[in-house]
Design a protein around this ligand. Structure first.
Ligand SMILES: Nc1ncnc2c1ncn2[C@@H]1O[C@H](COP(=O)(O)OP(=O)(O)O)[C@@H](O)[C@H]1O
Ligand SMILES: [Mg+2]
Length: 274
């Protein structure tokens, strides 16, 4: 990549366990980055059970499954989200998309990354579990954000995700977000607990990206079909997410990698999905 040319930073939001706040945080971190003057795309990578658009009360005419089937161009699916975030909607209830393999997921992400003009950030909401979609989206990203809540199943599943990403894909950096905490001190303890396990069994330090409080206005933002950051910019939850965005801006990316996404898998996808 020539110096001065812009490169999109990919941020995957994963968790292992469902219901911990990935979709809420993906949307709101994307809006926070946009409010800081960044151009941001948000890809609903929970393929098969996508719901970013549901959160915003939008019914997309076309989504990523139409692109994969060759029915439309990727650019035709783009939705305008809060704060000027451009959303690539995922599809819900379609088995063919839910069962896409590594190559198709890679091609899809590559096509999104190639959209013009290039965004500064591409935030990727992923689904639950540690299946192929999640691991592929995570290993193709510059930053893997792992969302946890203060409950044993969340910590166990986040550890499972980190272990797989580390041992099978050599991923060494994980940005942790402790979400939905009732006491910030407790949030730090939860992070420490997971970090101790990761150190003990994997020898791997984790990075704390931030702690987000339980926020009563989340439900009010959902009722307004808006993001928390645009509906209630001054509430404690929004302020915490604004801080997260500052930390995410500091994520390192590989310089000199002009084979966007292809090099990272070590395999050349056979055809692009545009
Ligand atoms: N910090 C928070 N405060 C209050 N409610 C939250 C918070 N984070 C998430 N939620 C709520 O928790 C539920 C699950 O969040 P969601 O983003 O759908 O999780 P996931 O995508 O991980 O399955 C949603 O109803 C969401 O609005
Ligand atoms: Mg979700």
């Amino acid at each position: 990549m020539r110096s001065g040319e812009r490169k999109t930073r990919l941020v995957a939001v994963a968790s292992g366990k469902g219901g911990v706040g990935k979709t809420f945080l993906s949307l709101n971190v994307a809006v926070a980055l946009a409010q800081r003057g960044r151009s941001v795309m948000l890809f609903d990578g929970d393929m098969g059970l996508a719901n970013v658009h549901v959160l915003l009360g939008i019914q997309p005419n076309q989504d990523v499954s139409d692109v994969i089937a060759g029915r439309c161009e990727l650019s035709a699916t783009l939705l305008e989200g809060p704060g000027g975030v451009k959303i690539v909607p995922g599809s819900s209830g379609k088995r063919d998309v839910a069962e896409l393999g590594v190559t198709e997921v890679t091609q899809t992400l590559q096509a999104i990354g190639a959209l013009q003009p290039p965004a500064d950030f591409l935030v990727i909401d992923t689904g639950a579990g540690i299946g192929t979609h999640v691991t592929t989206l995570a290993r193709l990203s510059d930053a893997v954000v792992v969302v946890i809540r203060d409950e044993p199943a969340s910590l166990a599943d986040a550890y499972g995700l980190i272990k797989v990403m580390y041992q099978e894909f050599g991923c060494q950096r994980f940005q942790l977000i402790v979400n939905d905490v009732f006491n910030p001190r407790r949030g730090l303890d939860v992070f420490e607990r997971l970090q101790q396990v990761a150190m003990r069994f994997l020898g791997l330090p984790l990075e704390l990206c931030g702690v987000v409080p339980h926020e009563a206005n989340v439900i009010n933002a959902v009722r307004r079909r808006d993001s928390l950051l645009t509906a209630f910019p001054d509430c404690a939850g929004s302020v915490a997410i604004q801080r997260l965005a500052v930390n995410l801006e500091a994520v390192r990316i590989d310089e000199g990698n002009n084979e966007f996404l292809i090099d990272r898998l070590g395999a050349m996808p056979r055809k692009a999905v545009t």
